[in-house]
Design a protein around this ligand. Structure first.
Ligand code: SF4
Length: 313
């Protein structure tokens, strides 16, 4: 079967089963094309909560599907490839977060959604790259502190600290995303030389030196909206995030030009969901292998910081 035929089959199966497909901007473009909704972690968390279908197919990585499952315990959340995981989440385990909490008993704990459900269950509030600054400000004011514990991404913690002026104790010091942390200042400098008219947009998971050389720092949804709302004279954009977002924008804004700030900005974990697996999961909705379930005691505890985040943002 060709990709076009598989996509048609997916659309047919989706209609028959009344399943909802949610896809992250980093998914392969053909997976994005069959989705009902495309978005970043925050947008997809909200959509997962609002979805009316019995079956939600989550084309993203494991922590996203876990969050959707925690928010929808009466529905079936399935992942096309259960092996699609985020290596950043492995930087923080529940035992570690408990150690930090013992060392800093008065500080609130902010956990990036790129973490396991068991880690979320130990936190006071979750955040995404869209709302990290706001969440850090809100929770520190609620706890009346001038510092917070923040993990597992040390770069996002640093970004939130810079903008909120609230100190972030990183859990751990070196937690990072392998895709964004490979962007170095020299890539931005070279990109500016190659495309002097392009606005440079990067993700907050990039290191500080990269962020400071760029024109815009924001989540994938923020980057998307920056391009969407740009004037007709702004024609070129250099993108410092996973390549899937650039492919989405190239389709949606054909009058603009896009460049990646460096080659091979690919999250191989996100790309484990393929259009073939989308078709397969829709044909096997009752197969427990694809269903994401968080143990109920952990889900109950993790729901509190996730809902607090949605309420705060
Ligand atoms: S891009 Fe980075 S943070 Fe996002 S899923 Fe991939 S490894 Fe995790």
């Amino acid at each position: 079967m060709t990709v076009k035929q598989i996509k048609e089959e997916v659309m047919k199966l989706k209609k028959e089963t009344e399943a909802t497909i949610l896809a992250h901007y980093y998914q392969p473009i053909e997976v994005q094309e069959v989705a009902d909704y495309i978005g970043d972690s925050l947008g997809l968390s909200r959509l997962a909560k609002e979805a009316n279908s019995e079956f939600i197919i989550f084309a993203g990585v494991d922590f996203m599907a876990e969050t959707a499952s925690i928010l929808n315990q009466d529905k079936h959340v399935l992942m096309p490839n259960p092996e699609s995981c985020c290596p950043m989440a492995a930087f923080l385990i529940p035992e570690k977060i408990k150690d930090y909490k013992k060392e800093y008993p008065d500080l609130p704990t902010v956990v990036y959604v790129n973490s396991t459900a068991a880690v979320k269950a130990e936190s006071d509030v979750c955040c995404t790259s869209s709302n990290a600054v706001k969440i850090v400000k809100k929770i520190s004011s609620e706890f009346n502190t001038d510092a917070v514990l923040f993990g597992p991404d040390a770069n996002l913690a640093d970004y939130a600290e810079q903008l909120s002026k609230i100190k972030t104790i990183k859990m751990p010091d070196k937690g990072h995303c392998y895709v964004h942390s490979q962007i170095k200042p020299e890539h931005i400098i070279q990109s500016k030389k190659d495309y002097p008219n392009a606005k440079v947009l990067v993700h907050p998971e990039c290191i500080r030196e990269v962020r400071e050389l760029s024109d815009v720092v924001g989540s994938t949804a923020y980057m998307y909206n920056t391009v969407k709302n740009s004037s007709s004279t702004e024609k070129e954009f250099s993108i410092g995030t996973e390549s899937g977002l650039m492919e989405r924008m190239a389709q949606d804004f054909p009058d603009k030009k896009f460049y990646l700030v460096m080659n091979k900005l690919v999250c191989y974990n996100m790309k484990k969901n393929t259009i073939e697996l989308m078709k397969y999961v829709l044909e096997h909705l009752d197969d427990k292998m694809f269903e994401v379930k968080v143990p109920s005691d952990i889900a109950k505890k993790a729901l509190i910081p996730i809902e607090r985040m949605l309420e705060f943002s």
